[in-house]
Design a protein around this ligand. Structure first.
Ligand code: GRF
Length: 203
């Protein structure tokens, strides 16, 4: 069976693009059904439309109450019969209704080797600055299940890359991002084909 994917994005959408391209090329047994962004100007929304994927803006602007927004996100994912949800650079917390509906079927990608350098405030360049400031010799990316605590759901897969002596946050970010694209597609492929089993606990 071809799984239907819902992707939640906030900005650039390069991880989303990697997933959409893999679906289009038949490298993922999945069909992207819906892209949701909290940012109406997200380049990711334009990319989704390029791939002919339904794309919508849902945010505190369209739904001022958090419960309304959570309900709208959940209702749309269900309307499009989404089986798996991928947070691909989504900068907002998932509400309890959506989380309950997709528990163990919602994954996130984070640009560090969790549990290091995760949690509130750890996004974008802040992560890579923290890795370099800590003197870490290694960084990477993590795909994990989404739980109700930021970056703390069960870890599914990680990609490791060395931190080079002359790395800046920007050079490190670029290499991690390339690794993310492969990691996200491979992890999804393994989840969808049953090669990777979801752990019972979601952390
Ligand atoms: C990625 O580094 C991802 O790990 C993090 O947000 C970034 C999104 O980048 N959660 P992009 O929008 O996929 O290009």
């Amino acid at each position: 069976m071809t799984a239907k994917l819902g992707l939640l994005v906030s900005g650039r959408g390069s991880n989303m693009r990697a997933v959409l391209a893999a679906c289009a090329a038949g490298r993922l047994p999945a069909e992207p059904a819906l892209v949701i962004s909290n940012n109406r100007d997200a380049p990711a929304l334009t990319t989704a439309r390029e791939f002919d994927v339904a794309a919508m803006h849902l945010s505190r602007t369209t739904h001022p109450e958090p419960e309304q927004l959570d309900a709208a996100i959940c209702a749309n994912l269900q309307k499009y019969a989404v089986d798996w949800v991928v947070l691909a650079g989504y900068m907002k917390k998932i509400g309890p209704q959506t989380l309950a509906a997709y528990r163990n079927r919602m994954i996130n990608i984070h640009p560090s080797l969790l549990p290091d350098h995760g949690g509130p405030g750890m996004f974008g360049m802040h992560v890579h600055e923290a890795v370099i400031a800590a003197g870490d010799r290694e960084s990477g990316a993590t795909v994990h299940l989404v739980s109700d605590v930021y970056d703390q759901g069960a870890i599914l897969r990680q990609a490791r890359i060395p931190v080079l002596a002359d790395d800046t946050p920007a050079t490190l970010a670029a290499r991690v991002l390339t690794a993310e694209h492969t990691l996200l597609v491979e992890t999804l492929a393994d989840l969808l084909t049953g090669n990777l089993k979801v752990p019972d606990a979601t952390g």
